[in-house]
Design a binder for this molecule. Structure first.
Ligand SMILES: C[S@@+](CC[C@H](N)C(=O)[O-])C[C@H]1O[C@@H](n2cnc3c(N)ncnc32)[C@H](O)[C@@H]1O
Length: 293
């Protein structure tokens, strides 16, 4: 997936407009992890969304390394780095751990590897064998992500939001496939390679489940991603999609911006909303945890 690596990809807007992950989820990750807590590598870290959160919320780890193939994303992550010397960032492919140095790379030295909102862009078999070569026995492999936000209190807008992402005359043709479809399906059929990994723990949440919260079990409640934002903020979130970036590259300013048009459609279909109205937005989510054998 190269869109996020393009020099004109707006990593700053990505950082501002994308959701982060709830503390409850990091509590699950903390509890799942067994044994030594030296180093976590967060692959496909983008602007460091989960890397920074892990540094704040995972107990006892000494080092957090975010890696991403996009120089633009890593520059953004580095710019956001504070004085926490435990956190660092590297430009690297997800399959390549040579940044660890000869003494550590491919020698099963890591305690945790995470891949957040990015594994759908990867060849999962190749990625799993790279992770297996670097994760110590008993170490944690954690993947999670989200897609397809909806306005919780406005189910009548579900079709409008779905259309902007997937209709053929909107962003539908601009996604890289099969990655997007895999994410849309919450990596439903993606299984850990049992030669390398065991003790799978996983959960999924659909926005529809949140409209009837009594239907959620405890494991699902860990990764509820929801956020209050204005309708205009939502358009800014749409502008962080790789498909939007590709749409914009193709259309330029030759027609009305597709995300701005979405705001108009939302306010027409639901007249009580204005661009400044605050709405509660939630995402379909999944997580999958496993332990290195
Ligand atoms: C949707 S962003 C997710 C960023 C961050 N993990 C988060 O939770 O918001 C996906 C990231 O995966 C990165 N990526 C895609 N393919 C990659 C690859 N083959 N190797 C490393 N990073 C990759 C992209 O550059 C992008 O920053």
């Amino acid at each position: 997936m190269s869109t996020f690596s393009e020099r004109d990809f707006d990593a700053e807007r990505y950082d501002r407009s994308r959701p982060c992950y709830p503390n409850e989820y990091y509590a699950v990750l903390n509890e799942y992890h067994q044994g030594v807590r030296h180093c976590v590598v967060d692959v496909g870290c983008g602007p460091g969304t989960a890397t920074f959160q892990m540094a704040a919320l995972l107990n006892g780890f000494e080092q957090f390394v975010g890696t991403d193939i996009s120089q633009t994303m890593i520059e953004r992550a580095r710019a956001a780095s504070g004085r926490d010397e435990r956190v660092s960032f590297q430009v690297s492919s997800a399959y390549d751990f040579s940044f660890l140095g000869d003494a550590k790379a491919n020698r099963q030295t890591l305690d945790m590897v995470t891949a957040v909102e990015c594994v759908h862009w990867l060849d999962f078999a190749t990625f799993q064998s790279s992770v297996a070569a670097n994760l110590r026995t008993g170490g944690t492999f954690a993947i999670w992500g989200y897609a397809d936000a909806a306005f919780i209190d406005y189910p009548e807008l579900d079709a409008v939001l779905d259309d902007v992402s997937y209709a053929n005359d909107q962003l539908g043709p601009f996604w890289q496939q099969p990655g997007r479809n895999a994410l849309r399906g919450m990596l439903e059929n993606w299984v850990f390679d049992t030669r390398y990994f065991t003790d799978e723990q996983s959960a999924k949440v659909r926005v529809a489940d949140l409209r009837t919260p009594q239907g959620l079990h405890a494991q699902q409640r860990a990764l509820i991603i929801s956020k209050e934002m204005t309708v205009s903020d939502y358009a800014n979130y749409v502008k962080t999609f790789s498909a939007y970036h590709t749409w914009k590259t193709k259309h330029g300013d030759s027609e009305q911006d597709i995300a701005d048009r979405l705001v108009e459609t939302i306010c027409r279909v639901q007249p009580e909303l204005t661009p400044d109205s605050k709405v509660k937005v939630a995402w379909n989510t999944f997580y999958k945890l496993a332990r290195r054998i």
